[in-house]
Write a protein that binds this ligand. Structure first.
Ligand code: SAH
Ligand code: SF4
Length: 411
C-alpha cells in the first residue's frame, strides 16, 4: 500500500454548514486544521471554494515544517492566507509539563480540558538499532481507560474521555517540533521514526479519531512514516481488529499478559467478552489480510511480567501452545510498579528463564528495556501520579488495604 493515503471524508454531507458559516457562527471557535486527514482537508478547501491541492500544501507546512502561522505559508496567496487566518487555527494541545532526561528520553504532559482529570502524557524513547537512531513515540488515545486491567495505572483512573484527532496527532507534532525549535523553517525535518499507540487508553475504543491520526502519520504530505513503524496496541477488542484490517495497514501489538482464559479474565477483563480463542483467530485474520508487502507479517505479543502471577515455566509452556500457529514476536515487559499496585515485578532470573523457554521453542522473544526511569517515563504507565483521582481508584485502594489486612491477620 502506498503511504499516500486517501480516506473517504465523513464531512461530505451537503447539509453541513460551510466552513465560513461554521467559523462565523461561533466567532471565537476557529476550525483546528491539525487533526484533519488529507481527504478531510481537501473537502474543507473545496467548501471554501479553493482548489484541493491546497490541502497538501497546508499539511506540509503544519506537519513537516511545524509552522502554525498562516502568514508564513509563502506558497499560498495573501488573500487565502488572510481567509485562513480568519477561519482556522493550527493548534496542538497545551503542554503543561515537559521533561528531557539525560538518556534522551523526553516526556510531555498535555492538558486536554479543564480539571485535574484532563491530563495525558506522551513519551519519546530513543534507541540505537541496525538502521541507526530510532526515536519511538508512545502516544495516548484516551484520557483514562474503561477497561480496567488489574496491573495498569491508567485503568485505575477510569475513563474520562476520548482524545480528538488533533489531540492525538498533536502529540506527534509537539515531539517532532521539540527538536526543531531553533532550526530555520526551510531546514526542518521530522525526528520521530516510530510511533506506538501504547500510551493512555485503548486505541480501538476511540477508533475513528485514532484511524484519522494514523492516516496523517502515514501520509507523505504529513509525517510520511513507514507503515511498519506505526504500531497499534490493543488489549483485544476483536471486532475492531477486523475493522482495522480493512481500513489501514499498520503493525499490530496485542496485550496478552496471560496464556489461559482464567488468568486473563482476571488481568485483562475484556477477555471475558472476547476470550483467547477469538483473539488469536482475529490476529490470524489480521495477518492474512494482505500479502508480503504489508506491515502484517507478524503480530507483537506484549506480556507484562508479574511476580508469581503469570511468570512460571508452566505459563511459558501454555503460551507456546497458544501461539504455535500465529506468526508472532514476543515482548516481555517487566512490570512497572505504581503506588498501591497489588503486584511486584518478576525477578530478572525469572524473566530470563521465561524468555529462554520461549526462545528454545523457536519464538523470537525480547525483554523490554526499562528506560527513562529518572523521569518516570514508561509506556503503559504514564500517569502513575494521577492514579488516585477517581472514585474507582479509591475503591480499589480500599480493596487492596482489605486484602493486606486479611493477609496480615493470617500471619
Ligand atoms: N490499551 C492498549 C494500549 C495502552 S497500554 C493496550 O492495553 O494494549 C500499553 C502497554 O503497556 C500494554 O501492553 C499494557 O498492558 C502495558 N502496561 C500497562 N500497565 C503496565 C505496567 N504497570 N507495567 C508494564 N506494562 C504495563
Ligand atoms: Fe486500558 Fe491498556 Fe491499561 Fe488495559 S492496559 S487498562 S486496555 S490502557
Amino acid at each position: 500500500m502506498s503511504s499516500e493515503v486517501v480516506v473517504s471524508s465523513p464531512s461530505t454531507d451537503e447539509q453541513q454548514p460551510s466552513p465560513a458559516t461554521q467559523a462565523s457562527n461561533s466567532a471565537l471557535k476557529k476550525v483546528n486544521l491539525l487533526g484533519m486527514s488529507r481527504a478531510e482537508l481537501e473537502n474543507f478547501f473545496e467548501k471554501l471554494g479553493e482548489k484541493k491541492f491546497r490541502a497538501g500544501q497546508v499539511m506540509k507546512w503544519m506537519h513537516q515544517y511545524f509552522v502554525t502561522d498562516f502568514a508564513e505559508m509563502t506558497n499560498i496567496s495573501g488573500k487565502l492566507r488572510a481567509k485562513l487566518e480568519q477561519l482556522c487555527e493550527i493548534k496542538a494541545p497545551e503542554v503543561v509539563h515537559r521533561h528531557y532526561s539525560k538518556d534522551g528520553t523526553r516526556k510531555w504532559v498535555f492538558r486536554v480540558g479543564d480539571g485535574a482529570g484532563s491530563l495525558v502524557e506522551t513519551v519519546l524513547i530513543p534507541a540505537e538499532d541496525k538502521t541507526g537512531l530510532r526515536k519511538t513515540l508512545c502516544i495516548s488515545s484516551q484520557v483514562g481507560c474503561a477497561l480496567d486491567c488489574s496491573f495498569c495505572s491508567t485503568g485505575k483512573q477510569g475513563f474520562q474521555r476520548d482524545l480528538t484527532p488533533d489531540e492525538i496527532i498533536g502529540q506527534l507534532w509537539v515531539a517532532n517540533q521539540s527538536y526543531m525549535e531553533d532550526v530555520p523553517v526551510a531546514e526542518r525535518t521530522r525526528s520521530v521514526t516510530n510511533v506506538v499507540m501504547m500510551g493512555m487508553g485503548e486505541p480501538l475504543l476511540n477508533y475513528d479519531a485514532v484511524l484519522s491520526s494514523m492516516y496523517i502519520m502515514l501520509d507523505d504530505f504529513a509525517y510520511g512514516m513507514s507503515k511498519r513503524r506505526v504500531t497499534l496496541s490493543t488489549s483485544g477488542v476483536v471486532p475492531k481488529i477486523d475493522q482495522l484490517a480493512q481500513d489501514i495497514d499498520v503493525a499490530l501489538a496485542i496485550s496478552l499478559h496471560a496464556p489461559n482464559d482464567e488468568l486473563r479474565n482476571e488481568l485483562v477483563p475484556i477477555n471475558k467478552k472476547y476470550p483467547l480463542a477469538q483473539l488469536i483467530a482475529a490476529c490470524q485474520r489480521y495477518i492474512n489480510k494482505d500479502g508480503n508487502e504489508s506491515a502484517r507479517k507478524h503480530v507483537t505479543i506484549e506480556y507484562v511480567m508479574l511476580d508469581g502471577v503469570n511468570d512460571s515455566l508452566e505459563h511459558a509452556q501454555q503460551m507456546i501452545r497458544l501461539l504455535k500457529n500465529l506468526p508472532s514476536k514476543i515482548n516481555l515487559i517487566p512490570f512497572n510498579p505504581f503506588p498501591h499496585a497489588p503486584y511486584g515485578r518478576s525477578s530478572r532470573n525469572r524473566i530470563i528463564a521465561f524468555q529462554k523457554a520461549l526462545s528454545d521453542a523457536g519464538f523470537v522473544c525480547t525483554i523490554r528495556q526499562t528506560r527513562g526511569d529518572d523521569i518516570d517515563a514508561a509506556c503503559g504507565q504514564l500517569v502513575g501520579q494521577v492514579a488516585d483521582r477517581t472514585r474507582r481508584a479509591e475503591q480499589w485502594k480500599k480493596k487492596v488495604a482489605e486484602r493486606n489486612e486479611i493477609m496480615r491477620s493470617h500471619g
